[in-house]
Design a protein around this ligand. Sequence first.
Ligand code: SF4
Length: 466
Amino acid sequence: MIVYVETLGCSRNQVDSEIMLGKLAAAGHTLTCDPACAQAILVNTCSFISAAADEAVDTILEMARYKNQGACRRLIVTGCLAQRYKDDPDLTGTLPEVDAFVGTGACEQIVDVVEEKRSVPLTLFPDPGTRGFQNLSVDRALTGDPFAFVKVSEGCNRLCTYCIIPTLRGRQRSRPLEEICTEALSLVSKGVKEIILTAENTTDYGQDLNDGTGFHKVLENISCQVAAANPDVWIRFLYTHPKSLTQKIVHTVKQNSNICSYYDVPIQHADTTMLRRMGRSCRQKNLEDLFFMIRQTDPDAALRTTVITGFPGETDAMFTTLLDFIQKVKFDHLGVFTYSDASDLVSHALQNHVPQDVAQLRHDTLMAAQEKISEQINQKHVGSIYPVLVEENPEPGLFIGRTMFQAPEVDGVTFIYSKGLATGTFVQVKITDAFAYDIAGEVAEEPVANRFAATAYENETAGNRV
Ligand code: SF4
């Protein structure tokens, strides 16, 4: 079969797609990047928020057209949308074009589903909590990017009231440490230049193992083994939880130059009453202390966070608390979502739902504030020299890459004015221009002192931000 996969949603879904593609290739199927010539099309869906679920349905209907206009004769929906609506009696009726719905716990059975070997029921939903980790003997089919995600765990034990993920992915299962390192080394041997550790909460790693193995152990081991294999390869981790991002982890980052001083800490809000209604188990003071600790311990730290506006019960005063917090901490990167209600969420039952236009206005207010903050921070990079991972060459003389303080797909980028660079390589760039979200520069002649050029920028920020 010729197979095409359309991946939606988060980095964990990206890994699942690469696992499924790897299994299909190992079973002798041909992978294509063109849905028009695919005999089987998989849509690996997301449904974290209603906008994602809408996008998933639109994508399924778009792919279904290839059953008439293309070679497709098998349309398969996998991932969180399928899992979320597994008990919906109208699931198959709503999307008659779909030949099989496969839950988040069944990625490993994708070959059978595509080959229709056994009388695969139209729907396949094993308990996602029982899903193990892929055996590393079957290679993931990588996307060709210079970075690759590596899962450190599956599922989540937390109960945020606006979130459906624990239901879709099961309780947390930490992956054996050696498996994580083995996969990272295999990716490095395939030329990957940046290993990005991902999970629902990377820093909750080990809490289900009860043997004291914490996330700092993962970082220590992977940093040391990857450095031995290729000292240039970067290690990044995303999706930390404010309650489990410890000083030990920050120290480990500071002590290992191949780990990006990049802390992605979704806080969702900063007002204590809101945090309690969200089930976030931390208070504003905890968050202030956390970001102060990170910056004291690792002055190179780049901070990213995401917040929700318009959560049920959010008053003007609570929103102002959030706005003040964002302006006080000065995050390098900020993502803002408006609250997305759904009847299967705990938060749905809460009182005082906020009108969408108010939620959107608060979203826009935060983004406007962040745009100023982001530009101020970017201005301070001018004159500094940073290692940059070159990723694209959109036009002659212009390349696009990222520094250690820019994560893929969510943050700004670094434009490099150069006659000739190779994508997938590192280059030292002297920053000459700064914009609201991006920076730009030229190839530096003089070498870089360390992973972050020690300039006025570092000394100044170490002092005056939380
Ligand atoms: S920590 Fe909260 S938001 Fe994140 S996956 Fe778990 S329940 Fe969802």
